[in-house]
Design a protein around this ligand. Structure first.
Ligand SMILES: Nc1ncnc2c1ncn2[C@@H]1O[C@H](COP(=O)(O)OP(=O)(O)OP(=O)(O)O)[C@@H](O)[C@H]1O
Length: 243
């Protein structure tokens, strides 16, 4: 008969360490406290959504979480190492869709995506680029220059650029902006799929519906302070935001 020895706490396998760990991060700009100390653990395959009015500190937190800015206090770890955007491992595994549009005016939509795949060493990327263009409804715009895209198409290009490259952590700042309802729905489906593939997702959004559909946890910020934190439905109820 096999012995069923109970394992002690010390012997039991530990829960996997979170992919992203923010420990009491804060950010001040001069006298302005943009973010008060805040901690967050984000495991692989989970999504946390930040919600809050303009100026509440969402982008500040995302910039720090993705290594694009340093916190005034506190620490950020990605997979157990200090988060640093210059770290090749971070650049290889963290995809960011920021709040600013940056494009080369003389490169087509497809050439932008090719550039990203070359930079990230993606082999045989042509078919993959076709698929992402199709999924983002950009297939008819592959040869277009950025200047001829609508603002929603431009947002879709920024998303596409994050999707043609490998990633374990996806950081998105208001990815729903400028998207029509259909594109927003596809965005929610896409993010659910990312989680199923084991990608950790951190996003800031002004759309409560998107947070409810995608996020496992929602953090509401006001003037850099956490005012609610929990399941999206509970946070929305607590803060009086209605999806
Ligand atoms: N580089 C900066 N220098 C000075 N103040 C800044 C800087 N970046 C942000 N702030 C200030 O920090 C606060 C938080 O800004 P942040 O961009 O994080 O807000 P947000 O929640 O992302 O807003 P929005 O929804 O408008 O994108 C604001 O008061 C803003 O003016």
């Amino acid at each position: 008969m096999g012995s069923k020895k109970k394992s002690s706490a010390a012997e039991r396998p530990k829960a996997p360490a979170p992919l992203l760990r923010l420990h009491r991060i804060s950010r001040t700009y001069g006298d302005r406290e943009a973010l008060l100390p805040l901690s967050l653990d984000l495991p692989a395959g989970r999504c946390v959504a930040l919600y809050g009015h303009n100026g509440s500190g969402k982008s500040t937190m995302l910039r720090i979480a993705s290594g694009r800015d340093k916190p005034t206090t506190g620490t950020v770890e990605f997979d157990g190492r200090p988060m640093d955007e210059d770290d090749p491992e971070v650049r290889a595994r963290v995809a960011v869709v920021g709040d600013t549009v940056a494009c080369y005016p003389d490169l087509t939509v497809r050439e932008h995506l090719e550039l990203v795949t070359v930079a990230h060493g993606v082999a045989d990327a042509a078919g993959w680029i076709d698929q992402v263009l199709e999924d983002r409804r950009l297939a008819d715009h592959g040869d277009a220059l950025p200047s001829s895209l609508s603002s929603g198409q431009m947002q879709s290009l920024l998303l596409a650029a994050a999707l043609v490259r490998p990633r374990d952590l996806l950081v998105l700042d208001e990815p729903e902006q400028r998207l029509d309802p259909g594109a927003r729905r596809r965005l929610a489906e896409l993010l659910v799929g990312e989680k199923e593939d084991g990608v950790a997702v951190l996003l800031a959004t002004h759309h409560p519906e998107l947070a409810e559909e995608v996020a496992d946890r929602m953090i509401a910020l006001e003037d850099g302070r956490v005012i609610a934190d929990g399941k999206p439905a509970a946070v929305l109820a607590q803060t009086g935001i209605h999806a």
